[in-house]
Design a protein around this ligand. Structure first.
Ligand SMILES: Cc1cc2nc3c(=O)[nH]c(=O)nc-3n(C[C@H](O)[C@H](O)[C@H](O)COP(=O)(O)O)c2cc1C
Length: 208
């Protein structure tokens, strides 16, 4: 009899143990977190690409500064025509008015991974240098937000930004902002500082 009672208790305890452990596994834990189907969509961070041409290094320094602030990728465009020295300067002055298309390297650009393009050029005769005008005419801007920046000694005209905006719009993009950095009397660090300040102030607008 005593043995029977002991066995009954043993079986009862075993069944109780199984129930408790199964209960623990089968009831979902209340974590306060949404279930897999309720997870909010994580907004994709826009990717930025800085593209620039620079004859003497000012636009390059500024493009690097913008890239650093935005964590962007960067691409320098080379003009295949020799623009160095005094004759390069004179040739540039003539070409920007008469032959604003030039041979550039690279010839093709894969922009599909980017949401925002920041395109910089030195100001030549209040226009963009031919290397960048060429880029405007070959790039596919479909769906891209574009920021144009000009690096000039002293002067540039808004009408030129308007002209390039039209080209970019006709090729599927949208110019969302422009800025000018005047380099006369500034050393490279001062130029970079100006570019950094503008980039920090406007990053929210550009990278929305
Ligand atoms: C062909 C040529 C034309 C230029 N025209 C102008 C101009 O019209 N106005 C101006 O303020 N600076 C002008 N500049 C000066 C450049 O815009 C300035 O030096 C700029 O900072 C150069 O940038 P980079 O070092 O990236 O080439 C000209 C420079 C060159 C080479």
């Amino acid at each position: 009899m005593e043995r029977y009672r002991f066995l009954t208790r043993l079986v009862f305890c075993a069944v109780l143990c199984i129930m408790v452990t199964q209960w623990n596994y089968s009831i979902p834990q209340a974590t306060g977190q949404p279930g897999p189907q309720e997870q909010p969509a994580v907004a994709k961070k826009p990717k930025a690409f800085v593209v620039y041409y620079s004859r003497t290094g000012n636009t390059k320094a500024i493009a690097e500064s913008v890239r650093e602030v935005l964590g962007a990728d960067i691409q320098e465009i080379k003009d295949m025509k020799d623009r160095s020295g005094f004759f390069g300067f004179i040739g540039g002055m003539i070409d920007v008015k008469k032959r604003p298309i030039t041979e550039i390297s690279p010839k093709e650009f894969n922009l599909k991974d980017y949401d925002v393009l920041l395109i910089g050029s030195p100001g030549w005769g209040m226009k963009f240098a031919p290397a960048i005008t060429t880029f405007f005419n070959i790039a596919d801007f479909t769906g891209k937000k574009v920021v144009l920046f000009c690096v000039t000694s002293a002067r540039f005209k808004q009408a030129s930004f308007d002209e390039y905006s039209k080209v970019i719009t006709s090729r599927g993009g949208k110019v969302i902002d422009t800025f000018i950095i005047k380099t006369l009397w500034l050393d490279r660090n001062e130029m970079k500082g100006k570019a950094k300040k503008i980039s920090i102030e406007r990053a929210g607008k550009w990278m929305r």
